[in-house]
Write a protein that binds this ligand. Structure first.
Ligand code: UDP
Length: 253
């Protein structure tokens, strides 16, 4: 599809275009999937449509409980209007159960409940493979200050409580997730808001009864169809694309 707007940035799963008004952007969700720092790549039909819908659903829910975020409105199957932010160069990870890198690092079996939600940070840098960084580094290098970090933890824990409850209600355990945070200015006053996306690309989601994985680990670990997994999440939440010409009809019934 030929872009109608000026491209601002292209990432692994999304493209950002200039928005219709100053301070806005259009976020386009691609079907591309990457894992292991983009060493594994594929195009997965329908993923972008599902993630556009799912991110809309979660961001709208967050707005409704007063958690500030970049989402303004969905424009079409693959695009949403968002607030332009200055991204804090951190991946903010919240963990409720051990999985992935924390399991490896600490020798914890995947699925082990953690004593409390753990918030950790990776420095957003593809060339370095997004290394885990302590608060000390973040403050010393000026990526965020202590006040920002306090606000980020508070946002991350509110997102965690909201998402955990929403997923629990549809029989899904929220193992962990990643969010990104953006800065916006009202005059001289800076605020931090939730940005980027919230979708099964950036969460670990396990069926409560069977522990079946319904997230990007299906792709990372070759566990079956990613579109089927994401469609199942969307179906349970009642979030299904209308007018879905780009995803297989059997997946949206
Ligand atoms: N995550 C992500 N993008 C990244 C790294 C991690 O969305 O670049 C998400 C990942 O999907 C999982 C959580 O953050 O839900 C924790 O990931 P972890 O640190 O265990 O890393 P991984 O095992 O994915 O390398």
């Amino acid at each position: 599809m030929a872009p109608r707007r000026k491209k601002i940035y292209e990432g692994k799963a999304k493209v950002l275009y200039e928005g219709p008004e100053p301070g806005t952007l259009v976020q386009y969700f691609k079907d591309d999937a990457t894992a292991f720092n983009a060493q594994k790549k594929a195009t997965i039909e329908g993923k972008g449509v599902l993630n556009n819908r799912l991110s809309e659903y979660f961001m709208t829910g967050l707005t409704n409980i007063g958690v500030p975020n970049h989402f303004i409105r969905r424009l079409n199957m693959r695009e949403q209007l968002i607030r332009q932010v200055e991204i804090v160069p951190l991946e903010v990870i919240v963990r409720n159960f051990a999985a992935g890198s924390i399991s490896k690092r600490l020798g914890l079996e995947e699925g082990t409940p953690l004593p409390r939600p753990i918030v950790e940070y990776s420095y957003k840098n593809d060339a370095l493979g997004d290394p885990l960084v302590p608060e000390e580094y973040i403050i010393a290098f000026g990526w965020a200050n202590q006040q920002d970090l306090d606000d980020i933890v508070s946002l991350a824990l509110r997102v965690n409580d909201f998402l955990s409850g929403v997923f629990y209600g549809v029989g899904i355990k929220l193992i962990d997730f990643k969010i990104e945070i953006g800065r916006v200015w009202d005059g001289d006053f800076m605020r931090l808001i939730v940005a980027d996306e919230i979708s099964p690309d950036s969460c670990r989601l396990w069926d409560i009864k069977t522990n079946q994985k319904l997230d990007k680990d299906v792709f990372r670990r070759d566990l079956g169809s990613l579109t089927d997994a994401y469609s199942e999440v969307a179906r349970r939440l009642g979030v299904l694309p209308t007018n879905a010409t780009n995803i297989k009809p059997t997946l949206i019934n």
